[in-house]
Design a protein around this ligand. Structure first.
Ligand code: PLP
Length: 355
């Protein structure tokens, strides 16, 4: 019935069309990664989240937290949505706010690139760059976002890290899509986490639906504490090291990950050398132009395929495209500055076309 409400005319929408920006979030393809599958003797799939209308996996979380606030009566028409974010969540929220008529206010550390600030402003968001200080400092961008929302009427702080409406969105949509797209024959799922919403939401759904048969693994970039947390049975270490990946890696157990962390089968850390090489490999062999967190996920899926042995079906997430990072990922100077030039084999160096 719902579909008919916006089936305006015989020549307009059809029942296969979707309703606006928000209706076009989700239902992304599951891509069979042929070369890597053949190499490992497994079936490796990437969920094409870069095909969401805002360009990343975070569109689902953005819609999820806003719809949850609407359903709970915390956000009324004409209200304001506030978040602390430097990346894809802000982009997703800015789009959804335009589509639903809300004001979007983003707080971010003032160390972020001008391109990121400009993009959010072009999408209609009000951007507040604030001093880049640690989470413990009340001036941290997350706390400033929370306090700003508290002080104006009809405003919410979406709190992507600890608001479990984020995980719920993936439990309701991404998890069931992967289950259906693999005909329920998915042996393992693995991905990296920022908020943890993607891993926990999908992981929880797949574990339930498979009656515990589907293994769920966490992949970590260098500088994140989660791999050692899982491996040590729950000890949180000080954070050390850093990574070229963006949007992933974590220093604590967020509420979103906390709903699921004890059900993980294992965790692995993927070094930047392997992730950057996979950015180039995916482009060269599969024609996929993806960011470094997607590449890290694919490396992790390949490593898991090797661990589990041939014949297994393994799914991961292709989070976003390389477009937002291309001035770095494909720049010779940047690769050199990160000590990653040698991680790119000779035959793939031709893709590093920027100086
Ligand atoms: C590029 C990219 N990859 C992966 C993630 C991680 O997703 P999640 O926050 O659901 O753990 C993010 C989150 O912002 C991201 O921006």
């Amino acid at each position: 019935m719902l579909a008919l409400r916006w089936k305006l005319s015989a020549r307009g929408f059809t029942s296969r069309a979707v309703n606006g920006f928000t209706g076009s979030i989700g239902n992304t393809p599951l891509i069979y990664l042929k070369g890597l599958s053949e190499k490992t003797g497994s079936y490796i799939y990437g969920k094409a989240e870069f095909q969401n209308p805002g360009g990343s996996v975070k569109d689902r979380a953005a819609l999820g937290v806003i719809e949850d606030a609407e359903a709970k009566g915390r956000l009324q028409p004409g209200g304001t949505v506030v978040e602390g974010t430097a990346g894809n969540t802000g982009i997703g929220l800015a789009h959804v706010c335009r589509a639903k008529g809300y004001k979007c206010v983003i707080f971010m550390p003032n160390t972020q690139s001008q391109e990121k600030i400009d993009l959010l402003r072009m999408l209609g968001a009000e951007v507040h760059p604030v001093p880049a200080v640690a989470y413990e400092n009340p001036q941290n961008y997350n706390h400033q976002a929370r306090d700003y929302a508290k002080n104006i009427p009809n405003a919410i702080w979406t709190d992507q890290f600890d608001n479990t409406a984020n995980t719920e969105a993936h439990y309701r949509t991404t998890g069931p899509e992967i289950w259906e797209q693999t005909n329920g024959e998915v042996d393992a799922f693995i991905c990296a986490t920022g908020t943890g919403g993607t891993l926990a939401g999908i992981g929880k759904y797949l574990r339930e639906k498979s009656a515990g048969k589907t293994q769920v693994w966490l992949a970590d970039p260098p500088g994140s504490v989660l791999q050692s947390y899982v491996a040590s049975g729950g000890q949180l270490k000080e954070r050390s090291g850093s990574s070229i990946t963006e949007g992933i890696g974590q220093g604590r157990i967020t509420n979103n990950l906390g709903t699921f962390v004890n059900q993980l089968s294992g965790a692995m850390t993927i070094p930047d050398e392997k992730s950057i090489r996979m950015v180039y490999d995916l482009l060269d062999t599969e024609g996929l132009y993806l960011g470094a967190s997607s590449a890290l996920n694919v490396v992790a899926a390949v490593e898991l395929a090797k661990k589990l042995g041939p014949g297994k079906t393994i799914a991961t997430i292709l989070c976003d495209g390389a477009y937002r990072y291309q001035s770095r990922l494909f720049s010779k100077k940047w690769l050199q500055s990160k000590g990653l030039e040698e991680a790119i084999p000779e035959h793939l160096k031709k893709y590093a076309v920027l100086d």
